[in-house]
Write a protein that binds this ligand. Structure first.
Ligand code: SAH
Ligand code: SF4
Length: 367
């Protein structure tokens, strides 16, 4: 069977070369060609012996996913719709800022969890992305942004992806093995060489997988909290029924023992009248008392028939001020790329739902 070398991190690639009777250093060479220089044609790999290049061409391919559509927002945000076969598509977003370039990466086609305010969640679930489809998003974005590591001009540097957030479509920790292999490639100096502190996994709170991530590949952790008590979180982030807040807070504390940063980021989507009152802010302070953290307030991004509205800006400010007065760092996420539906929670891609969830919502809407 032909292997796609984009599915392998360096240790797996070294094992692949060992099977071919080749030296392990070949893995490093290949990683550099594929990820550093974006070369996918074996013929161009000039420091690899010709006989080996020919052998590789027989047993392997280097196959990034295809871009179906690219959109560029007025604010410079870019979004790619990536073809992942069988009529499915996922989205990747690049957000340029003065001091960094952040790529928001998807991990699944849809999502099996059913957070009520999330358009990906509403669409249902089709399948996990493969490693090559996850790391391929970085590969493609670098290509599209014209990244050339030798380009040290201001513009060249600006375009470089310095940060990755696993905050696109899907729950990254529900696709654990593929996500961790892709993270390894992001961190590998022969590939993208990103710092652990600049790679963030965002999770809705899969407690056992948070522990595994800490042991296998600790990167920055963001947790989608969205509610300060179990009664409310059970409704808007239903996975809470399985892993309630006390267990989630304990997992965050355990994570910090090995994390590259000394805080967890709590994401909190601001839903008008649902989770944004003074009382909610006070409960939140109580909840996180023993967890070193920062807060990221996300104004809810509406999508058709979501049933929610964005909190009023004075209520977001009030909420933020309560947290700040208690000594916390709080950022309110700016909405980027709104004109191309690239904001948080708006990534829709193309999901052929296998869970019948779309049908369920349609029936509810019609009733
Ligand atoms: N599944 C992971 C990561 C993807 S979602 C998670 O839930 O953490 C990335 C962030 O966007 C999460 O905090 C998610 O709750 C939030 N989000 C989802 N829908 C949103 C919406 N409509 N408006 C604003 N934020 C949203
Ligand atoms: Fe899935 Fe995250 Fe959306 Fe929840 S918020 S449905 S976990 S993608």
């Amino acid at each position: 069977m032909t292997v796609n070398l984009l599915d392998l991190d360096q240790p797996k690639l070294a094992a692949f070369f060992a099977e071919l009777g080749e030296k392990p250093f070949r893995a490093k060479q290949l990683m550099r060609w594929m990820h550093h220089f974006g070369v996918i044609d074996f013929g161009q790999m000039t420091d690899v012996a010709k006989t080996l290049r020919e052998k590789l061409a027989q047993v392997a391919v280097i196959q990034p996913p295809q871009v179906k559509l690219e959109q560029i927002s007025e604010d410079g945000t870019r979004k790619w719709l990536i073809d992942v076969g069988a009529g499915n598509g996922v989205e990747t977003v690049f957000i340029p800022e003065a001091d960094r370039g952040t790529l928001c990466v998807s991990s699944q086609v849809g999502c099996a969890l059913e957070c009520t305010f999330c358009s990906t969640g509403r669409q249902g679930f089709n399948r996990n992305l493969s490693v090559s489809e996850i790391i391929g998003q970085l590969w493609l974005a670098n290509k599209a942004l014209g990244r050339d590591p030798r380009d040290q001009t201001e513009e060249g540097r600006e375009r470089i992806i310095s940060n990755v957030v696993m905050m696109g479509m899907g729950e990254p920790l529900a696709n654990f093995d593929n996500v961790v292999t892709a993270l390894n490639i992001m961190l590998d100096d022969s590939a993208y060489g990103l710092s652990r502190r600049r790679v963030t996994v965002s999770t809705s709170g899969l407690v056992p997988a948070i522990d595994r991530l800490r042991d296998e590949c600790p990167v920055a952790l963001a947790v989608s909290l969205h509610a300060p008590n179990d009664a409310l979180r059970d409704v808007i982030v239903p996975i809470n029924k399985k892993y309630p807040l006390a267990e989630l807070m304990a997992a965050c504390r355990r994570y910090l023992v090995k994390a590259p940063r000394d805080f967890v980021t709590f994401e909190y989507v601001m839903l008008d009248g649902v989770n944004d009152t003074v009382e909610h802010a006070k409960q939140l302070l109580e909840l996180v008392r023993d967890v070193p953290c920062k807060f990221n307030l996300i104004p809810f991004n509406p999508f058709p028939s979501s049933g929610y509205a964005t909190s009023k800006s004075e209520n977001i400010r009030r909420f933020r001020d309560i947290l700040m007065q208690a000594g916390y760092v709080v950022t309110t996420r700016k909405t980027r790329g709104e004109d191309i539906d690239a904001a948080c929670g708006q990534l829709a891609g193309k999901v052929k739902d296998k869970t019948r969830r779309q049908a369920k919502y349609m029936m509810e809407l019609a009733a």
